[in-house]
Design a protein around this ligand. Structure first.
Ligand code: URA
Length: 570
């Protein structure tokens, strides 16, 4: 007997199916399909349809589901799919046959098409955005090639062009190669402020919006543009919740050299990142803080577009970063938002000028959408704190919550908490915030927050099987320690991912024993590399070549917070 599912389980399946639908490639039928399933070991699986110009060899969503990365492991003898939900329509819920592919073999018309068989479309029509003169079965409002040309030639896109291109890309009518051409044209030629606002609104409209007006407390959230050793969310969310503010932290997984908050917290035994909207709201009401994986149904257009940008060299486009971040934050429904825009070698933005432009664009977008938004520009030329890696960063965050921890981590946590409390309309101040870290109030909320998501706050954290020490090759002062070099030295032994479907190793990473400015002696340990796969040590060491410098004099140390960007005067 399959176990009975709760309303929350069904909601989670529904939002996962909607998210999967956003990944569908359906230019010929125009029927994107997403499916979500629950295996009997508790794992969530999902899939979408992927059509082919040779229509018969296209893959249905169920095929995608059973080939979900790692599913081969999940389908090992004895594993069973107990429930699945097609495309997020509650009325379409039905148990999956024991052999999930049976559904495909029988080729039952999908209930979400109203029982209609899927129409064949001319492949060329799909690539042209469904122009009627090319034989499509559905009339599309625009020609994507015209839109690409407009941006390529430095033109300004009309509102209805933007609405259509985002919607058509989410539906699979605009192909990946066309969207990459458009993204590259945007990277090179930029967008006007109204274009960015409309692009963001269209991405929000591609999914669901959350509503936090229920909890009696004001809401305040923080978003960091990502860096090395950036574990600030972990102590920050419980600290702000101490003061009666609800903190809904929907976080993304790490990619490249930057870490993701859910990846870090998953090193705590039992902790789970996937919550339904109802679970999230209940936890906000009860504990006041929740950190979970960004909801599956929030801005699905962004998920698809972000994955494409990641493999087409278009991540760095400021209009696309701003709209990507802000579409999720506005859809999440927070009342106040503090942005931590990082600048330096370990950040997406390498110069103050670019970081300021990104911060200004996001503050304008948030303000225009009615979210009380402020941005801090913070230093990411050196790693934050003394650890980079999943369990290692959780350990350091717990030290901060216990009233200790590295000074820069404490200072940035307090600076961001000060902004979050003020943006939510509360007068707390840095002294009281530091006191709440020192006297255990923030730790109490942390323990409740971790337990509410199935984690054991007292369980020992995983450690890596092997370590290697990197020592100083001269005496003097550590003059520079490059954030990107340390980020890569943490990622390569397994703390991060090369591709988004890769697993991360909980114990892997880098532990620093010296910070820029510290006096060192020749042969003194500078850092320890941690890994379960010692064959990766050599690659990690390679990334450190030229990544640190020892000089006779101590360098001047600048502040972590470099600037503050607020809403423009009306
Ligand atoms: N984080 C996001 O969510 N989107 C981007 O484009 C970059 C960083």
């Amino acid at each position: 007997m399959a176990p009975a599912l709760t309303q929350d389980d069904w909601e989670l399946l529904r939002s996962t199916a909607v998210e999967a639908m956003g990944r569908a490639y359906a230019p010929y039928s125009n029927f994107p399909v997403g499916v979500a399933g629950l295996a009997d070991d508790g794992r969530l699986l999902s899939g979408c349809n992927v059509e082919n110009a040779s229509y018969a060899v296209g893959l249905c969503a169920e095929c995608g589901l059973v080939s979900d990365p790692g599913a081969h492991r999940r389908w090992s003898p004895g594993r069973r799919l107990v429930r699945r939900l097609p495309r997020g329509d509650a009325h379409a819920v039905r148990p999956l046959p024991a052999d999930p592919l049976g559904a495909r073999r029988r080729a039952v018309p999908h209930p979400d098409t109203g029982g209609r068989a899927l129409a064949r479309r001319d492949p060329a029509a799909g690539l042209r955005g469904g122009r009627p003169d090319q034989g499509s079965t559905m009339t599309e409002q625009h020609d994507v090639v015209d839109i690409i040309r407009t941006k390529r030639d430095r033109g300004v896109l009309a509102d209805d062009q933007i609405d259509w291109v985002i919607d058509a890309y989410t539906r699979g009518v605009v192909a990946d190669e066309q969207m990459s051409a458009l993204a590259m044209a945007i990277l090179i030629n930029g967008m006007t402020r109204p274009e960015i606002a409309r692009w963001t609104a269209a991405m929000i409209a591609s999914g669901e919006r959350m509503d936090f007006s229920g909890p009696a407390r004001p809401t305040s959230d923080k978003h960091s543009t990502g860096g090395v050793g950036d574990k600030i969310t972990l102590p920050l969310a419980p600290l702000v919740a101490v003061f009666g503010i609800a903190v809904p932290q929907l976080s993304g997984r790490g990619l490249g050299h930057t870490g993701g908050t859910p990846d870090k917290l998953e090193s705590i035994p039992g902790w789970r990142a996937d919550l339904s909207n109802a679970q999230m709201l209940a936890q906000l009401d009860d504990v006041g803080a929740v950190i979970c994986a960004a909801g599956a149904g929030l801005a699905p257009a962004d998920k698809k577009l972000y994955a494409l940008r990641d493999v087409t060299g278009t991540v760095e486009a400021i209009p696309l970063i701003a709209s990507s971040i802000m579409s999720k934050k506005i859809a999440e429904g927070t009342g106040a938002l503090v942005l931590d825009v990082k600048v330096g070698s370990g950040a997406f933005m390498k110069t103050r000028e670019d970081a300021t432009e990104l911060a200004r664009t996001m503050v304008d977008l948030g303000t225009d959408a009615g979210v009380n938004t402020v941005a801090l520009i913070t230093d990411m030329s050196v790693p934050l704190g003394l650890t980079a890696g999943n369990a290692l960063e959780v350990r350091e965050s717990v030290e901060v919550l216990a009233g200790g921890g590295p000074q820069d981590v404490v200072d940035l946590t307090v600076a961001l908490a000060d902004e979050m409390t003020r943006a939510a309309g509360k007068t707390v101040g840095p002294d009281e915030l530091r006191a709440a870290l020192a006297d255990g109030r923030a730790m109490d909320v942390w323990r409740r927050m971790i337990s509410a998501q199935g984690g054991d706050p007292d369980a020992p954290l995983p450690t890596a099987a092997e370590t290697q020490t990197v020592v100083a090759d001269a005496a003097g002062h550590l003059e520079h320690l490059d954030a990107m070099a340390v980020g890569m030295a943490a990622r390569r032994p397994g703390a991060g991912r090369a591709r988004k479907e890769d697993p991360v190793r909980a114990g892997a990473g880098v532990e620093l024993h010296a910070r820029p400015g510290d006096k060192v002696t020749k042969g003194q340990p500078l850092m320890t590399l941690h890994t379960d796969t010692p064959e990766r040590f050599a690659r990690a060491r390679e990334s450190l070549v030229g990544g640190w410098r020892i000089a006779p004099q101590a360098p001047a140390r600048g502040p972590v917070v470099l600037d503050r960007i607020t809403a423009r005067e009306a």
